[in-house]
Design a protein around this ligand. Sequence first.
Ligand code: 5GP
Ligand code: MN
Length: 321
Amino acid sequence: MMARMAEELGRAGKVLLAAHRDPDGDALGATLGLMHLLQAQGKEVFAHSAGPVPAEYEFMPGLDRLSPAMPAPDWPDLAVLLDCHDPERAGAAAADFLPRTRRIAVVDHHLGRADFGQAVWVEPDYAATCEMLGFMAGEAGWAIGPEAATCLFVGVQTDTGRFSYSNARPRTYRLGAELVELGADPWAISQQAYSSSLARLKIMGRVFAGLKLVAGERVALAKVAQADLAELGAVSSDLDRVVEELRAIRGVEVALLIKELKGGGVKVSLRSRGRVDVGSLAIGLGGGGHKNAAGVRLESGMDEAEARLAGLLARGLGEKA
Ligand code: 5GP
Ligand code: MN
């Protein structure tokens, strides 16, 4: 499928790119990385993101090209959905626009059924969408300039927890090295992508202060209300790495962060280590992700979400014990 995707992209002259809303390093890296790769081949690219872009990614080359809007419906020869495979995940504008375009390609590494689009390359075996694009560009012999290399490096670095999660394989490190040779500067990138702020550290402090261990101390659970974010001047993406800290607690097998959403409902981030498959659990609740990292939005309050998930996890852990 990798070669077919390269061909598919090679045939198109005007390409729309979109990844999931609330973009992370991989969503932005894939959108901007592919933008640079296609532009180097003389193609016209419209790069869409529903945003918001976290402050630590504002340095990414080409970021000023990202638009929250959409081109005219008949403009793209090809629309490419990246780092997700459900148009709803890409936000309202894309969910409305994509089904009306001529042809849709999907490049993603998340678990789940992919029944949207004509050219679909979804392989959960890859650590990052940027990893897929990096290999594809290499195999196809595409020119990879320093800007593309930088964007793809950001996606691989952030989706592998700086090359430390179980999804990082020998080929992942090799691609990292190649991207550095092509102009990605790991120190300069890390200074930005792992930068912080006072508000971020304050909200993290508050979340850690309210953290609980449940299910025989095998589940770490924390909650964040909109009022906490507002009081400390923090934004939702300031919490992006909190759940990984919860999973790092010795003895903890599953970590859970429940964030209250502005418009009502909650977003739950799940992480596990070892055997517990939080991806399937999230898919069962209408969300998605991978075996060890997943997320879901629920229309309930924080306490109700906590009770529901803690119950599911206690049963899951009990069965597997
Ligand atoms: P995070 O907790 O960092 O937001 O997300 C962890 C993983 O789960 C990511 O791979 C992300 O793409 C996926 N994920 C998070 N939230 C959702 C969601 O609401 N729906 C789906 N399908 N996947 C999600
Ligand atoms: Mn990703």
